[in-house]
Design a protein around this ligand. Structure first.
Ligand SMILES: *[C@@H]1O[C@H](CO)[C@@H](O)[C@H](O)[C@H]1NC(C)=O
Ligand SMILES: *[C@@H]1O[C@H](CO)[C@@H](O)[C@H](O)[C@H]1NC(C)=O
Ligand SMILES: *[C@@H]1O[C@H](CO)[C@@H](O)[C@H](O)[C@H]1NC(C)=O
Ligand SMILES: *[C@@H]1O[C@H](CO)[C@@H](O)[C@H](O)[C@H]1NC(C)=O
Length: 396
């Protein structure tokens, strides 16, 4: 018999029956088998002295002690505990006037389940894990029934009771909205919580792994940073990731950033002679609505330094001239291609030269034009003079 009773099927049936009984009249619930009665905290709980009505006066004890919490005893010998709190829990026994034990029951108190606060993690395209936190502390053991709507059908979300989470493999990823339903059930009642979400918006890879930052020998301004894909992101080719690298000299507020699709980058503008902090995070490259992973743990790395020469080389001098803290933003996105910057400067110089050439030619041609005109005018006035002289001589 005990073997039968402890079998999971039997227990489930008993439990389900009691649960359905409770939903209708939730205040009191007696587990005949284990001798445990459950009641709601802050309510009145009635303990019967056995099944048959008892007319003779009875005495109640709690844990073999006659001191009882606030109560009254009804004419049929039942004990009514008023507005119970945790201190009312324990073993209750009722005795007849001769001191014979008539009945005993263990009282456990708690609350029916409340709504759950649910959050889901999607570390790759084939896995969803939803975890929850209870809004009400029930003080009672609970079961959970969870399912995710995948297209038209509800699929079970496999529950881990101890860790309070459930898992679904291979969900219909690109479906617009997903619905998760979790029902918490205990002996005093049940409560279903429903949440809606979009899996592709929850997609958040785990942080990149095995992140390494190294000096590059001979280059006091360079750092080599490398990492691996998160191990929970196996389909590297089908689902590419984009990586975000940030670094700063130790003590600086301002991060410099690089984005990369490879699993390594070379930093070209480290502050020579200074240790640097480096971090990397990842995101699905295709799905712009997805989320960035958490940052990898902070790494500290020293750029290469030339210890053989005591005098600072020219290279070092330029390093110190690097304008690091000039921008007010906390994070500065910089171009990491110095050639591009040089090209920009060269363009400016060419533009300036061209501009001055144009101005110079304009001025020169203006001067020329003025000079030519002046000459012409001189010529004309000379001619006029000669003709006047001629006319005068003719008239004379
Ligand atoms: C509990 O019993 C007391 C006394 O009989 C009564 O005044 C009170 O309303 C009851 N409380 C509840 C929650 O039933
Ligand atoms: C109640 O009784 C059970 C078994 O009869 C015993 O294991 C338990 O320790 C008792 N509890 C208290 C608080 O006395
Ligand atoms: C638990 O969920 C399954 C499937 O979603 C459903 O068939 C079953 O009735 C549920 N059980 C309870 C107790 O809610
Ligand atoms: C997706 O992530 C889960 C949880 O980290 C992992 O168990 C599973 O193996 C991953 N899927 C694939 C296809 O690697």
């Amino acid at each position: 018999m005990p073997g039968l009773l402890s079998s999971p099927v039997c227990l489930t049936v008993i439990w389900f029956l009691s649960w359905s009984l409770c939903s209708s009249r939730a205040q009191i619930w007696t587990d005949e088998v284990s001798g445990v009665q459950y009641g709601r905290l802050d309510s009145n709980v009635t303990l019967a002295c056995g099944k048959s009505p008892i007319r003779i006066p009875v005495v109640w004890h709690l844990n073999h002690n006659s001191a009882l919490p606030w109560h009254k005893v009804t004419t049929d010998g039942s004990l009514v505990l008023l507005h119970v709190d945790h201190s009312a829990q324990g073993n209750y026994s009722c005795y007849d006037y001769q001191g014979r034990l008539l009945h005993s029951v263990k009282l456990r108190l708690g609350h029916p389940p409340g709504l759950l606060s649910i959050s889901c993690q999607v570390p790759n395209h084939t896995h969803v894990r939803c975890s929850w936190v209870e809004s009400v502390r029930t003080f009672l053991p609970a079961k959970y029934n969870a399912s995710l709507r995948n297209g038209q059908e509800w699929r079970p979300c496999i529950v881990d009771v101890t860790h309070k989470h459930c898992d679904v493999d291979h969900p219909a990823f690109w479906q617009t909205t997903h619905i998760l339903r979790i029902t918490e059930i205990n002996v005093l009642g049940s409560q279903t919580t429903i949440v809606r979400f979009r899996l592709h918006e929850l997609l958040k890879p785990d942080p990149p792994e095995s992140v390494l930052a190294k000096e590059l020998e001979g280059y006091p301004q360079r750092l080599m940073v490398s990492w691996n894909f998160p191990s929970s992101w196996p389909l590297q080719n089908a689902f590419p990731l984009v990586f975000h690298i940030r670094y700063r000299p130790l003590g600086s507020m301002y991060w410099s950033e690089i984005y990369s699709e490879d699993s390594h980058v070379v930093v070209h503008d480290a502050l020579a002679g200074n240790p640097h902090q480096v971090q990397v995070r990842a995101r699905d490259e295709v799905n712009a609505e997805s989320q960035w992973s958490e940052w990898s743990p902070l790494l500290l790395v020293h750029p290469w330094e030339d210890y053989s020469t005591s005098e600072p080389s020219e290279d070092k001098f330029t390093d110190y001239m690097f304008p690091f803290n000039t921008k007010p933003e906390t994070s500065t996105a910089k171009s990491h291609n110095p050639v591009v910057e040089d090209e920009g400067n060269l363009g400016l110089v060419i533009l300036l030269v061209l501009f001055s050439v144009v101005i110079l030619t304009t001025v020169l041609s203006l001067i020329f034009v003025v000079w030519v005109r002046q000459r012409r005018r001189d010529h004309v006035s000379k001619q006029e003079l000669t003709s006047m002289v001629k006319m005068k001589s003719m008239s004379i």
